[in-house]
Design a protein around this ligand. Structure first.
Ligand code: AHR
Length: 482
């Protein structure tokens, strides 16, 4: 039995926890999001209509761009002006392919506009200058007269855009410059000074935080630079084992079901420990912990370019998504944004495309089921849950939202919830379920894992009883009396 303290609203679960990440990597931007205005694939100003519609349906709140490792080699001036004149560069991190720069700043904001979400731009510290970063901000956000706003106008855009979030470097401890934390902290202080505020809205500045459990990095950067930041990032990918030996996305052994989920569950420990360090320098939770890269990182699909990080996505990845989102909710006081990697065709993608074809992944459906928690108040609870269950309860607009994931491999779990109020009505009840350990959707079989009505529940007075099958994720919405 779980006792639910629904009369007391907990912290707000930021909608930005449901953020996404799109890098110039493999077929994420080109083919996935952007096909160009001349494509035969239906598009609006080059953006795939089916992809935009699918992302809008899960209420995408924010998109991070242009990387990732790519960000620290990206020179924004290469990606503006007439497309045929744009510099063609080598994408050194991701397959050594030619980057045409046809998708640049204007195209990114066109996408943001179509999606109706906020922009999170990641700046280049690793190989870019302070001036370059300062001018990019000026180009994007300056309304009045200035050299960069004049250049923007020359390129066809009168009004400035809104940059809500700005990252100062990415993985500066690795692909972003192999720096030591003390050096990065000083560099962060310097670069962020020139992330000027030209518009009315304050830009939320994000420092590069640690890789996984690098607590020294967090300590040094918080100690030396926390006063100059609004957020600090953390990257943690779920793996089946060693980094060098990634397990397959399909047709895997049971042992890799468990190891992947266990690796995802480590997020709880990481957030707890990094938050403890952050508390030392920021006891008020002013600085947000921004998990701007997370998700399953598995072996690429056989026969695909190893530099493109294209992997299939199964009910196991849906478990990773649900368990991780529940962990973020648990730490809602500190976690102000998260961005799953990456939106289309890369790592734990929401969508896979092949020419005209598109498929929604099981992870997409978790983001769909869980969108009720965006900007809701967390509701706390206590009691005995069963093994392999992970859940969140929240409240928004007078409705209680209960999401739960049963990541056991076999058997149903029956569980009771005791609320402080009488349950009047079940407003909606939906779930996804995997028949097999690697149930997934293919282009010729796109409906293997799909949201269906969930009917295995009953309620009486204050008590709700659910029987949740193994390998499933559900959301049930309840109306209760005051
Ligand atoms: O998401 C793929 C890569 O993983 C990103 O480019 C980098 O930041 C991280 O190492």
């Amino acid at each position: 039995m779980i006792t639910v303290l629904n009369r007391k609203a907990g912290p707000r679960i930021s909608k930005y926890i449901y953020g996404h990440f799109a890098e110039h990597l493999g077929r994420c931007i080109y083919e996935g999001l952007y096909v160009g205005p001349d494509s035969t694939i239906p598009n609006k100003n080059g953006m795939r209509t089916d992809v935009v519609e699918a992302l809008k349906a899960i209420n995408i709140p924010v998109l991070r761009w242009p990387g990732g490792c790519f960000a620290d080699e990206y020179h924004w001036q290469d990606g503006i002006g007439a497309k045929e004149k744009r510099k063609k560069i080598v994408n050194t991190h991701w397959g050594g392919v030619t980057e045409t720069n046809h998708f640049g700043t204007h195209e990114f904001f066109e996408l943001i506009d179509q999606l109706g979400c906020e922009a999170y731009i990641n700046g280049n510290v690793g190989s870019g200058t302070v001036q370059e970063m300062q001018e990019w901000i000026e180009y994007m956000t300056m309304a009045g007269a200035s050299p960069m706003s004049a250049l923007r106008r020359e390129n066809g855009r009168e009004e400035p855009w809104a940059v809500k979030f700005f990252g100062v470097g990415n993985e500066s401890w690795g692909c972003g410059g192999n720096m030591r934390p003390q050096y990065y902290a000083d560099l962060y202080r310097r670069y962020q000074t020139y992330v000027r505020q030209y518009g009315d809205e304050k830009i939320y500045k994000i420092a590069c935080g640690p890789n996984v459990d690098d607590y020294e990095w967090m300590e040094e950067v918080m100690k030396n630079a926390s006063a100059f930041m609004d957020g600090i990032s953390l990257h943690h990918y779920a793996l089946t084992g060693a980094w060098e030996d990634k397990g397959p996305a399909l047709d895997f052994a049971e042992e890799h079901w468990w190891s992947l989920i266990q690796s995802a569950e480590k997020m709880d420990e990481l957030i707890t420990k990094h938050s403890t360090i952050m508390d030392t320098y920021d006891s008020e939770n002013r600085v947000g912990l921004i998990i701007d890269e997370w998700g399953s990182w598995l072996a690429v699909e056989p026969g695909t370019n190893p530099g493109f990080l294209y992997q299939q996505n199964t009910i196991r990845d849906a478990m990773v998504a649900a368990v991780t989102l529940n962990i973020f909710h648990k730490h809602a006081e500190r976690v102000q944004m998260a961005n799953i990697a990456q939106t289309v065709n890369v790592l734990q993608a929401m969508l896979l495309t092949e020419g005209e074809a598109i498929v929604k992944t099981p992870s997409y459906y978790v983001f769909d089921l869980y969108q009720v928690h965006q900007d809701a108040q967390r509701i706390d609870s206590y009691g005995n849950s069963a093994e392999h269950l992970s859940y969140t309860i929240s409240q928004k607009d007078g409705v209680l939202n209960l999401s739960m994931c049963n990541y056991a491999l076999d058997g149903n779990q029956t569980i009771d919830f005791q609320f402080e109020s009488v349950i009047n009505n079940v407003q909606s009840s939906r779930f996804i379920y995997g028949k097999a350990i690697d149930s997934h959707n293919e282009f010729d079989r796109p409906e293997e894992v799909l949201i269906k009505p969930f009917e295995d529940y009953s309620y009486e007075e204050n008590k709700l009883t659910l029987t949740i099958p193994a390998k499933s994720v559900l959301t049930i919405q309840l109306e209760v009396s005051d």
